[in-house]
Ligand binder design. Structure first.
Ligand code: NAP
Ligand code: ZN
Length: 346
């Protein structure tokens, strides 16, 4: 077994703290990565707090992982020791169902194996990226370029692909009016991709203080959703809303901002179900849809797109000792726009 160090939550009530544990040996199809940076996703906080379902504890969160390969198994074909690599939200799937074969491993019929807070296919708990090292089968490892900031690349592995994938699926681009709802880790990547794909992008935010920063990200318009006048001015105006909000919110109000045939795409995962009036949909033939991360192939495509277009996340690098403080700030919407842990501080 490989001795590993991490920060872990021992249960849903306790703050993260240092924890030593073991990872599996590098198998013939595995890659071992020395983790250099790991992004802090709101999903990490949802999961250590049991917001969605009872978690697997001790829990080592983190699914925005970048680092350097330090060992490869005998049958590994696509990765070499010394290369940069990334790991996102999944580390395995059945690989044989229709969805896996199509490169939609996130929708594996048997369920994908999540990078943490899950049991792997042999029943062993998975531990995430707030750690010094990880062992992952090569099919779930991504190539990472040395042309971009490595720390700022980490959030692409979740926040990046989770916003890239739906915008690609719905072919959002030139001629479309896209609203990005919530300007946090996911939202700011949604703005960057929406702009890169040619859409007119409006940020719908609860935080008036984010306006200037949103425009710097490339957003064309900014609406403070607590101001009824500003909201009224954008009624029935968007083709798509990319909803990245992590807490319950008034879906019916946001649906009224869609044009006829508009699509409200949920990527944020509030702990509570939200209610939608049928009238909000039928008056304008609107739909509500959802999208989960992205497949491995599409994640690589997104990383390559980011290299071509010089896109990374806007980050604040933190010491792992400050993780609890960072969660508190994230809950208040006080992060521009992603915390990334420098694993050298572990
Ligand atoms: P985040 O950085 O905390 O951003 C969420 C943003 O939502 C906040 O910055 C805030 O933006 C807005 N917001 C928060 N509370 C709100 C409220 N009560 N009403 C309206 N807006 C509110 O979180 P994140 O890391 O981007 O993650 C966002 C959500 O996506 C989380 O639920 C996460 O679990 C989920 N997620 C889903 C997937 C997927 O596969 N679908 C993948 C990753 C994450 P403003 O200040 O601009 O209002
Ligand atoms: Zn995430």
């Amino acid at each position: 077994m490989i001795q590993a160090k991490a920060y872990a939550a021992q249960d849903s009530q306790t703050d993260l703290a240092p924890w030593d544990f073991e990872r599996r040996e590098v198998g013939p199809h595995d890659v071992q990565i020395e983790i250099l940076f790991c992004g802090v996703c709101h999903s990490d906080l949802h999961q250590i707090k049991n917001d969605w379902f009872p978690g697997v504890f001790p829990m080592v969160p983190g699914h925005e992982i970048v680092g350097r390969i330090i060992k490869v198994g005998d049958h590994v074909k696509n990765f070499k020791i010394g290369e940069l690599a990334g790991v996102g939200c999944m580390v395995d799937s059945c690989q044989v169902c229709e969805n896996c074969k199509e490169g939609l491993e996130q929708y594996c019929f048997e369920g994908n194996t999540q990078t943490y807070n899950n049991l792997d296919r042999s029943g062993v708990p998975t531990y995430g990226g707030y750690s010094n090292t990880i062992v992952v089968r090569e099919e779930f490892v991504l190539h990472v370029s040395d042309k971009l900031s490595l720390a700022a690349t980490a959030p692409l592995l979740c926040a990046g692909i989770t916003t890239y994938s739906p915008l690609r699926h719905w072919k959002v681009g030139k001629g479309h009016k896209l609203a990005v709802l919530g300007l946090g880790g996911l939202g700011h990547m949604g703005v960057k991709f929406g702009v890169a794909f040619g859409a007119e992008v409006t940020v719908l935010s609860t935080s008036a203080s984010k306006e200037a920063a949103a425009k710097e990200l490339g957003a064309h318009k900014f609406v403070v959703t607590s101001d009824p006048e500003q909201v009224k001015a954008v009624k029935s105006s968007f083709d798509f809303i990319l909803d990245t909000v992590s807490a319950p919110h008034d879906m019916n109000m946001y649906l009224s901002l869609l044009k006829t045939n508009g699509v409200h795409i949920c990527v944020g995962v509030p702990p509570e179900p939200m209610s939608i009036a049928a009238f909000s949909l039928l008056g304008g033939r609107r739909s509500v849809a959802g999208s989960g991360i992205g497949g491995v192939r599409e994640t690589q495509e997104m990383l390559d797109f980011c290299v071509q277009h010089n896109i990374v996340s806007d980050i604040e690098v933190i010491d792992i000792k400050d993780i609890t403080k960072s969660y508190e700030r994230m809950l208040k919407g006080d992060v521009r726009y992603r915390f990334v842990i420098d694993m050298a501080t572990l």
